[in-house]
Write a protein that binds this ligand. Sequence first.
Ligand SMILES: Nc1ncnc2c1ncn2[C@@H]1O[C@H](COP(=O)(O)OP(=O)(O)O)[C@@H](O)[C@H]1O
Ligand SMILES: [Mg+2]
Length: 253
Amino acid sequence: MSRLPLERVLFATDALEKKGLVMRKGHGFAMTREGVEVMALKDYVKKDLIFALGAVIAKGKESDVYEALTEEGTVYALKLYKIGRVSFTSVRKKRVKETAEFRSWVTANYGAARREYQALRKLDGLSPSFPRAVAYSRSTVLLEEVSGVRLSQRPYLQDPEGMLKTTLGLMRRAYLDAGLVNADLSEYNILTDGAAVWLIDWPQAVGTSHPNAKELLMHDVKVVETFFKRAYGVESEAEKAFEYVVGNAESPG
Ligand SMILES: Nc1ncnc2c1ncn2[C@@H]1O[C@H](COP(=O)(O)OP(=O)(O)O)[C@@H](O)[C@H]1O
Ligand SMILES: [Mg+2]
């Protein structure tokens, strides 16, 4: 199909296999997850979006996040989805199931990358506290890099009470102006530099018309509010905060 001489093809597949980008399967080859990620990198490079990869920013449960650099030196955050990450040994054991497993890996991770991109596009321009999504490809999404540490590390905050209000205000903007509920908001998905705050990790966001939108929002509100109480002693009321976020009250209490 490639109209290349067989030897040339075998040379290429051999090199790709050594790099772990394809693996032998019956008489042919199948792409690996790493192969998929390299294809995504190639997409970004072809579109002149990135030029080089930098250091790992963080390794999460569902993703690895790397710095990615543009030719001009701008730094982006490249999120590589790893939903259903399995250890090497369990991969070996599951050899027979590999095709089905790879397909479901593709579905889950491509879907998450696309959904996160779409959610962040809806939030685009509402506030610098939502990282801008630059592009997505396959199981990856390219994001504006934001500084800060996870709130779960309980960093020193200049004004904890103010930060809770700001966070609720951002949830309100997402709800009222973008029609979105994050649905996985917690101290792990809030970044801060002590003064500013960023709300990240949006693949599971739901629209406000979703039948469970209000419950999911109430859950987000409670998680955030409880954390501020526990970690910083900020008192608040979930009901009032909820009414504020959905636009029924002018202040969170
Ligand atoms: N736009 C970004 N800029 C800087 N760091 C980021 C960005 N997005 C994610 N990170 C880092 O990567 C970690 C994991 O990202 P997150 O979106 O929460 O994915 P996961 O689904 O793995 O939790 C974050 O806790 C944060 O440290
Ligand atoms: Mg997260």
